[in-house]
Design a protein around this ligand. Structure first.
Ligand code: GRF
Length: 197
């Protein structure tokens, strides 16, 4: 079976990464996860990669005095795998690099826990939603461009958060839907990409 290849970028817990690992393992979509790339040597996602026998590339942000060098290193690690798609899943850095965006136009995806453009650029959109007293928030999957959280929207889903008692519950409620939504979108894109291969 022909497959598309993915690279996942994650900075921490990596539950979205895990959901993708489980999906590939249990549902055999035409998708292969080639590697995890992280900017954080303590990311829980590294362990998840190891357990799934997936390469884990650690590019520690703190070790780079010149930040351009960090971004260049991330690009080079991605290039090693020549992925069809680059999946941002809780990656807490802004992606940079002219070459990267040129080479991977419409092939970098991010998931954001709000209905963009609401809480665009926020690193805690679930807290923002709770504090704003929203009854409905949601998630957005979009292409990544130089404009943070501003690339073309691929998919949005509303999530009822009216019963949530705090921001953590908001985050958990949205997260469960993120796990389902990301594999759905990647699966659809995989079939489209494979038609062109
Ligand atoms: C998710 O809520 C995602 O939308 C946001 O960061 C969180 C990452 O969670 N960008 P995890 O690391 O995948 O568990």
């Amino acid at each position: 079976m022909k497959k598309i290849s993915l690279i996942v970028l994650s900075s921490g817990r990596g539950s979205n990464f895990q959901a993708l690992i489980d999906w590939v393992k249990n549902e055999s979509p035409p998708v292969e996860i080639k590697a995890l790339i992280t900017d954080n040597p303590n990311a829980q996602s590294i362990q998840r990669a190891k357990e799934a026998d997936i390469d884990a590339e650690v590019v520690s942000y703190k070790e780079f005095e010149k930040k351009e060098k960090f971004h260049q290193e991330i690009f080079e690690r991605i290039e090693k795998y020549e992925p069809d798609l680059i999946i941002l899943a809780g990656y807490m850095r802004i992606l940079r690099g002219e070459e990267l965006f040129k080479r991977y136009q419409n092939r970098i995806l991010n998931i954001h826990p709000s209905l963009l453009p609401q809480f665009k650029g926020s690193t805690n959109a679930q807290k923002d939603a709770f504090e704003a007293g929203l009854k409905v928030s949601g998630l957005t999957i979009h292409y990544v461009t130089e404009n943070v959280d501003g690339g073309k929207i691929i998919y949005q889903e509303k999530v009822d958060i009216s019963g949530c008692k705090d921001e953590l519950e908001v985050a958990e409620t949205i997260l469960k839907r993120e796990h389902l939504a990301y594999k759905g979108v990647i699966g659809r894109l995989a079939h489209e990409i494979l038609k062109t291969k």
